[in-house]
Design a protein around this ligand. Structure first.
Ligand SMILES: CC(=O)SCCNC(=O)CCNC(=O)[C@H](O)C(C)(C)COP(=O)(O)OP(=O)(O)OC[C@H]1O[C@@H](n2cnc3c(N)ncnc32)[C@H](O)[C@@H]1OP(=O)(O)O
Ligand SMILES: O=C([O-])CC(=O)C(=O)O
Length: 377
């Protein structure tokens, strides 16, 4: 069994910030479970909606419960006119994560959470409508089309996203990959965005504020934004040899390579092998001879040179790209998935709440004498 990563230093590393029954990350150096279920088994056997139910309701649904849950999520796909009007004001060159942040916040204005007893209704609404929010904005701002977001012909959230984006139902392979991807991204203990959601929830704020805080936190390239940043890097390289030269140059310049490394895992991120397998299949489907070999070479060079491994984001970049998904929509897909984990954590925080308020080590002056404004330099 691998040793756990040595955790100490800045960034609250290695300090427990609370308890959770939702997820374990890196307990054996590399493992990941959601409520005790291993991620490999979930990615192989589950539907994303089943995993969301597991996280949110504490058990796997039986057939009748799953069917009812999927039907319920589908019923939340339509957007209120006022939200569509706001989305239509956002320019095409806006960052789609800003669109998600605004979309979630606007939903909170229109359908405000007035009572925590209704939290599940708001969560299901977010799960059902987030793909609609991003795709409505994208298709309107880029193609001038006002799409109907209901898409009743497709049941899954991943399939819904692709159908809205493309205007037609995806093939089985693409729907399956989206399902796996959403499962892999659903939950990850006290990562930065989830922690932001819990901090916000701990003030007894509403669920839309908590999720909006999480979206803003996921956006950064050190967190969810790494899948886009990885794509922007690898798409420049036309061969594996060029990728190796460029990576070596970046390492020599001490640049960060996006999609590698992890705050908790020590020797691998278990989500990588799972999404990599699907990226390879998609590469074969589109006849790719460049991007997948480039990605594999990056992986080999980073391990050889730095013992750094691909995290969940790296092979997501090529997988999404092979499915024709525009790079700037990569992180919003992460949002459509992680909203399940964020909201499960908000429920957990609310059930046993104390406001999250750590201390700081003060490093300023001991005492300063007041200087009248006319005497200041
Ligand atoms: C879904 C997710 O959010 S997964 C994470 C997505 N983020 C990325 O892919 C961004 C690139 N990766 C990183 O920036 C980091 O690895 C993080 C933010 C994920 C983790 O940060 P930390 O826990 O602080 O990293 P860690 O302590 O393991 O770093 C050890 C050393 O490796 C270096 N390192 C870590 N990751 C990388 C990387 N991707 N490229 C180059 N060097 C790296 C660090 O700079 C550090 O070097 P130093 O000791 O000379 O300062
Ligand atoms: O756990 C982390 O720090 C980041 C991560 O992999 C995730 O949120 O999926």
């Amino acid at each position: 069994m691998a040793e756990a990563k040595q955790l100490s230093g800045a960034g609250l590393r290695g300090q427990s910030a609370g308890a959770t029954a939702l997820c374990t990350v890196g307990q054996s150096g590399a493992g990941l479970t959601y409520r005790g279920y291993d991620i490999s088994e979930l990615a192989d056997k589950a539907q994303f909606e089943e995993v969301a139910y597991l996280l949110l309701y504490g058990k796997l649904p039986n057939r009748a419960e799953l069917d009812a849950y999927i039907a319920r999520l589908k019923s939340f796909r339509d957007l209120p006119q006022a939200l569509k009007t706001v989305l239509e004001q956002i320019p095409a060159d806006a960052h789609p994560m800003d669109v998600m942040r605004t979309g979630c916040s606007m939903l909170g204005n229109l359908e405000t959470e007035l009572d925590f007893a209704d939290q599940h209704d708001h969560i299901d609404r977010m799960l059902g409508s987030f793909p609609s929010i991003i795709c409505y904005w994208y298709r309107y701002s880029h193609d001038g089309v006002r799409i109907d977001t209901a898409a009743p012909e497709v049941d899954s959230i991943g399939g819904h996203f692709l159908t809205l984006l493309r205007g037609e139902k995806p093939n089985e392979l693409h729907e399956r990959v989206m399902n796996v991807s959403l499962i892999l991204y659903a939950e990850h203990e006290f990562n930065a965005s989830t922690f932001a959601a819990r901090v916000c929830a701990s003030t007894l704020s509403d669920i839309h504020s908590s999720v909006t805080a999480a979206i803003g936190t996921l956006r950064g390239p050190l967190h969810g934004g790494a899948n886009e940043a990885a794509m922007e890097m690898i798409e420049n390289w036309t061969s594996a040899d060029e990728a190796e030269r460029e990576i070596m140059g970046k390492l020599a310049r001490k640049e960060k390579i996006m999609g590698f490394g992890h705050a908790i895992y020590r020797e691998s991120d278990p989500r990588n092998a799972l999404i990599k397998k699907w990226s390879k299949l998609l590469a074969e489907e589109v006849g790719d001879t460049v991007l997948y070999p480039v990605s594999e070479r990056c992986e080999a060079v980073m391990w050889r040179e730095k013992k750094l491994f691909c995290n969940a984001d790296f092979f997501h970049a090529s997988a999404y790209h092979f499915m024709g998904i525009p790079t700037k929509l990569f992180t919003p897909i992460f949002v459509c998935s992680r909203v399940s984990g964020w909201t499960a954590h908000i429920i957990e925080q609310r059930a046993n709440n104390r406001i999250i308020r750590p201390s700081a080590d003060y490093t300023g002056p001991d005492h300063a004498d007041w200087i009248a404004i006319e005497d200041r330099a």
